[in-house]
Design a protein around this ligand. Structure first.
Ligand SMILES: [Zn+2]
Length: 400
């Protein structure tokens, strides 16, 4: 059995530093006095942390606001150029990479054509993308936090090795993270696409500042997964497979699923099912704009897909609300924005909530990031999250 770990001064320092970054990130800019008030840290501790973060370029001071009396107030904000991150994505036909700054803004992007690559073919391509990204934009390379890669799939016993690009052969058991790390000589973080997208949404998107939300990720290539932040923790489950909700049965004795069961959510709501209904055989052969135009135009096939998808999705939202009591459920994914919009429009009315009298500050369902960049921006968020998110398992201090 794992012992409960204690905290020492170093851990507490690192945690407090992360709490300050997170607070400034969610509020835009804050003075030292405001940070001290909101974190319950002493003014001296806050001063030390802010000075250290300013020295390491993660924070910048804005012009001091002069007051009629007393010391002028200096607001601090996140310095976008204070750190950088690289996100990678690998599909059947396309390998891509982005370089983002600390605010998540894309500074450079590179795409390469691939053809159903096995690991031996893909690794040099990913390595070359990273090397070119580092040359494509002028920045202090000491400030590169690391490289994130988002992959669809489940975790095998003991780690990340069974995550693999969808329906590509030769990836089962391949150690993506350690192999890339060796080639790139930089920290590499591997995460499943739904969790990576949830992290991106919490750092830079509609879930910024939310402690509890469920992100429902609809993968363009098929498959539905959930990324979960519960009480400020990223929740991953006992074997890292929490959120595999695409395989919840929504239709007993329904359509056969790749997992062997019948009637799974995936087989009704996945974008790939939408394309089947619309008679589009090869979405990777279409440009995202062409696909968007097809969906915007509408068709009998699209309507038929929506008709059979909306009830299973509504049921899933109901289940997630009842099971986890989140502040909101974010719908997003690497599917065309027009497809997500159509689905979300049809979702109302939702099932009655268990607490109809509740005062809500955010809607029950929100639309998060959609489009082809969703997973790759989530991947780029991984090193930033790992470096700056408060570690609630180290120690807990009320914030706000
Ligand atoms: Zn299934």
């Amino acid at each position: 059995m794992k012992a409960i770990s204690g905290t020492n001064l170093e851990q507490a320092k690192s945690h407090n530093r992360r709490v300050v970054i997170e607070l400034i990130r969610t509020h835009g800019s804050l003075s030292r006095a405001a940070i001290a008030r909101m974190t319950a840290l002493t003014p001296q501790t806050v001063s030390n942390i802010v000075e250290e973060l300013e020295r390491s370029h993660l924070l910048v001071a804005a012009e001091a606001q002069k007051l009629a009396r007393g010391q002028p107030i200096i607001p601090y904000s996140i310095n976008p150029a204070g750190a950088y991150s690289i996100g990678l994505e690998l599909g059947r036909r396309r390998a891509s990479g982005v370089l983002t700054d600390l605010s998540g803004a894309v500074c450079a992007r590179i795409e390469r054509q691939v053809e159903h690559p096995d690991p031996q073919q893909a690794m040099p391509v990913l390595q070359s993308i990273v090397e070119h990204l580092k040359q494509a934009f002028a920045f202090d390379q000491q400030r590169l936090l690391g490289v994130g890669i988002a992959l669809p799939g489940r975790y095998a016993e003991g780690g990340t090795t069974s995550l693999s690009p969808q329906s590509l052969p030769g990836w089962q058991g391949f150690p993506v993270g350690p192999e890339l790390e060796q080639r790139l000589n930089a920290p590499v973080l591997v995460e499943n696409d739904a969790t990576a997208a949830a992290i991106g949404e919490r750092l830079h998107g509609v879930a910024r500042g939310l402690a509890s939300f469920v992100y429902l990720f609809l993968a363009g290539g098929g498959g539905i997964g959930a990324g979960m932040f519960l009480d400020g923790h990223l929740y991953k489950g006992s074997r890292n497979n929490a959120g595999e909700i695409g395989h919840i049965i929504v239709e007993p004795h329904g359509r056969l699923c790749s997992c062997g069961k019948r009637g799974c959510l995936d087989r009704y709501v996945s974008p790939s099912v939408a394309y089947d209904f619309m008679g589009i055989a090869d979405t990777e052969g279409l440009s995202p704009d062409a696909l968007d135009a097809l969906i915007d135009r509408g068709s009998d096939g699209l309507d038929a897909w929506l008709d059979q998808a909306v009830q299973p999705l509504r049921q899933t939202v109901d289940f997630l609300e009842l099971a986890f009591d989140p502040e909101t459920i974010v719908l997003g994914g690497s599917l065309p924005t027009s497809l997500m919009r159509r689905l979300a429009e049809r979702l109302e009315p939702l099932h009655d909530p268990i607490d109809p009298g509740r005062q809500r500050t955010v809607p029950r369902v929100m639309i998060g990031m959609t489009g082809k960049d969703t997973a790759i921006l989530g991947a780029a968020a991984l090193p930033i999250f790992s470096e700056t998110n408060p570690r609630f398992d180290v120690l807990q201090k009320p914030v706000g």
